[in-house]
Design a protein around this ligand. Structure first.
Ligand SMILES: NC(=O)c1ccc[n+]([C@@H]2O[C@H](COP(=O)([O-])OP(=O)(O)OC[C@H]3O[C@@H](n4cnc5c(N)ncnc54)[C@H](OP(=O)(O)O)[C@@H]3O)[C@@H](O)[C@H]2O)c1
Length: 259
């Protein structure tokens, strides 16, 4: 299937490893002109080189911290100047810190809000006017299966991510007439560094932690970042022209709820 996004400019944040990187690879393989960012300069530059080599695509790296408003502004102007006006945005912002409710003070709640909600709001604010003017846009974000069922000891994610789904649903309604589509992708258990970092929090070895979660998934295994990236590439594409306001769960059937 030709996804019809050759030459489209895609901006993906949190993309030096894990889910963001897999999504950048999938979009570059489809011929999109890709801009990626993460906080670590060396790792994001290495990721851009690797993705360009593996896909033959154009990939430009930016070092930026999405929890800092100045960095978001700098990223947006850097991408506009070096790559072009953004057609596809994947807001994927590293995720809020772990920790049960007792461990979270006001500062932790504010930091969680900044890195999840405000980074997404600022990125959308930066790209939306151009998308509306050109009457084509795909705005995507990576949330979590926590928007359907809370994850143990991840209160920040459980509380804040449903707000992002609400924001996307709201913008899907108001921006639809301009052909700017808003959709969320919600991973279940995807084998990445962040997933494995939960082992320490749970006081378990990485192997035992992965095994514990594997058994909760009907498919009997954890997901691969590439499996989520294929969904993102489709939603970012011309072919997904009538999908708007959706939250697509990619969890191997883990969440049992009907909605
Ligand atoms: N993996 C799962 O099973 C799972 C499940 C549900 C939800 N999620 C969510 O999916 C998203 C991606 O997770 P992942 O598993 O791919 O994580 P990961 O493997 O840890 O990768 C996170 C990426 O984001 C970058 N990053 C982190 N904080 C950032 C910030 N403030 N500004 C810019 N870039 C930042 C990291 O690079 P630097 O450290 O260099 O910045 C890295 O490139 C997260 O929001 C996570 O909570 C994941």
């Amino acid at each position: 299937m030709d996804l019809g996004i050759e030459g489209r400019v895609a901006l993906l944040t949190g993309a030096s490893r894990g889910i963001g990187r897999a999504c950048a690879t999938a979009l570059a393989a489809e011929g999109a002109r890709v801009a990626i960012c993460a906080r670590g300069r060396e790792s994001i530059e290495a990721a851009a080189r690797d993705i360009a080599r593996d896909t033959g695509g154009e990939v430009t790296a930016f070092a930026a911290d999405m929890s800092r408003p100045d960095d978001v502004d700098r990223l947006l102007s850097g991408v506009a100047e070096a790559v072009g006006p953004v057609d596809i945005l994947l807001a994927n912002n590293g995720g809020p810190p772990r920790g049960g409710f007792d461990a979270l003070d006001d500062e932790a709640w504010q930091a969680g809000f900044d890195v999840t909600m405000m980074s997404t709001v600022r990125l959308i604010r930066g790209v939306l006017p151009g998308m509306r003017e050109r009457r084509w846009g795909r705005v995507l974000t990576v949330v979590s299966s926590s928007v359907r069922q809370p994850v143990d000891r991840l209160e920040l994610s459980n509380a804040l991510r449903p707000g992002i789904v609400g924001l996307f649903k709201s913008l899907a309604v108001t921006m639809g007439r301009d052909n700017v589509l808003f959709n969320c992708v919600a991973p279940g258990r995807i084998l990445t560094e962040r997933f494995l970092s939960g082992a320490k929090n749970a006081g378990m070895s990485e192997e035992a932690y992965a095994e514990k979660h594997r058994t909760t998934v009907p498919l009997g295994r954890l997901g691969r970042p590439e499996e989520l990236a294929d969904v993102v590439a489709f939603l970012a594409s011309e072919r997904a022209s009538y999908i708007n306001g959706a939250t697509v769960i990619v969890d191997g059937g883990m969440i049992r709820s009907l909605h």
